[in-house]
Design a protein. Structure first.
Length: 451
């Protein structure tokens, strides 16, 4: 555990640790909630061996005019650099002394301790004041009191029809056409805004392409287009809620002209198309439908598994009320802000927002994430959940490696180990909490009604 140096502790720096278990005089005060103030006093006799070690390290690498490297006398080093060397060594003392105090007083420290004061005593010893936050006490609720709802859905023929249509659509060809007779057309439209004063189309506007069978398309616009030909035009009005342009609901009007029409021709579901589509695996429509059904069911099960994890997290966070360390929340918010900036490097508007403002924005999300992390850590520790031999053997068989190879991979890849441990955690939780199954359609209708 390293101690972070406060700017007020002038000159202090953290070097590689030199100390092991030094005796110290320690006072620990609670300064509010989870924050602790640790005051540590170390005598000069206890410091002296570490100062001598620091002088020796400097002497080995120091080269002054008139002396060979490593041969500068200690009295010269002490006279010229003694104050700085001892001050640097005190930073190491602070780190090790704090670790010793935390261990002896059973302080479960969260985050990075901060060295707020560091000075020498009248007896040439040292006094350190370090502030830190400690883990909150979390009393886990009985797992069976946690209830989550699992959506149940059977893939229907209409689901398969829809996916089959999407597959055909990706391989469709476009043929020039003169008239729109149904929704299987792609059209290019020119939109000219209507002058609200004169009612005449304004010069300019924009062109936009639409696929009429796209469910996202305005149904009123689709209806207007049926039976039109290239060159036909019509008046199109759209209603808008209050936005950045107006604090009142308002209407936009456009003069719309059909510039181009293309017919969407789907491929026939014959043996040639199906074989090409599946790389020769399948040849008949029935085989393709069965394959699509299996794929959709697998996808659904993965989605439900992720959904259940999210609901378990939400339920456990809601069920446990405790103070979350501010430092941990702050660190997570900063991580979220930096990640958002990294993911959106080209977003000029985002980059204009001060970083501190972004951090503030992410604080609520970070507080929930930190709460879950602490709950998860408590469950892992309390239930002794780990990657035991049985689980490692099952994972090794799944990935086609032997257990020693898997163990080596886990040692070299902490991220992989964390993911597998997270899987073990949720396997445990989902075997303990109450999972209530309900039809997906029922849940969807209820959500739509609430919306």
């Amino acid at each position: 555990m390293r101690v972070r140096v406060s700017p007020s502790a002038q000159g202090a720096r953290i070097f590689p640790l030199l100390l092991r278990g030094i005796p110290v005089q320690t006072t620990i005060d609670q300064v509010g909630g989870l924050r602790r103030r640790v005051e540590i006093t170390v005598s000069y006799d206890e410091l002296l061996p570490h100062f001598e070690r620091a002088y020796g390290d400097v002497q080995q690498n120091l080269q002054l005019e008139g002396f060979r490297k490593g041969k500068v006398p200690l009295d010269i080093i002490k006279a010229r650099y003694g104050e700085q060397i001892e001050r640097d060594a005190l930073s190491d003392v602070a780190s090790e002394a704090f670790r010793t105090a935390a261990r002896e007083h059973s302080l479960d420290v969260v985050g990075t301790p901060v060295l707020v004061e560091m000075n020498r005593t009248a007896e040439r010893g040292a006094r350190f004041v370090i502030e830190c936050e400690v883990m909150p006490e979390i009393t886990l609720v009985p797992y069976e009191t946690i209830e989550v709802v699992k959506p149940i859905r059977t893939i229907s023929e209409s689901d398969i029809d829809e996916e089959l249509y999407n597959l055909q659509l990706r391989s469709a060809r476009l043929e020039p056409a003169e008239q729109i007779t149904d929704s299987m057309y792609v059209v290019k439209l020119a939109f000219a805004p209507i002058d609200p004063q004169t009612g005449a189309p304004l010069v300019g506007g924009k062109e936009q392409e639409f696929f009429l069978d796209d469910e996202r398309m305005d149904p009123l616009l689709r209806t207007e287009l049926i039976n039109l030909r290239v060159g036909d035009s019509f008046l199109y009005r759209t209603e808008h809620a209050a936005d950045e342009h107006s604090d009142q609901p308002h209407e936009h009007a456009y003069h719309v002209t059909v510039r181009e029409i293309k017919k969407v021709v789907l491929p026939t579901l014959d043996e040639e198309f199906i074989s090409t589509l599946t790389g020769g695996r399948l040849s008949s429509e029935e085989q393709l439908r069965q394959d699509i059904g299996r794929s959709l069911q697998e996808y659904w099960e993965k989605e439900v598994a992720e959904y259940l994890r999210e609901r378990v997290v939400d339920a456990l966070v809601e069920a446990h009320d405790f103070e979350v360390p501010e430092g941990l929340v702050r660190a997570m918010a900063e991580e979220f802000a930096d990640s958002a900036l990294e993911r959106n490097k080209e977003d000029k508007r985002l980059r204009q927002i001060p970083r501190e403002q972004l951090v503030e924005y992410f604080l609520p999300q970070a507080e929930q994430a930190a709460r879950w992390q602490l709950i998860a850590d408590t469950i892992l520790r309390t239930e002794n959940i780990e990657l035991g031999q049985e689980r490692l053997q099952a994972l090794a068989e799944r990935y086609g490696v032997d257990v020693p190879q898997l163990q080596m991979a886990l040692e070299q890849n902490p991220g992989l180990r964390n993911r597998l441990l997270t899987d073990a955690l949720f396997d445990f939780l989902l075997s303990r909490v109450r999972v209530v199954e309900r039809p997906y359609e029922e849940l969807a209708d209820a959500a739509e009604g609430e919306g």
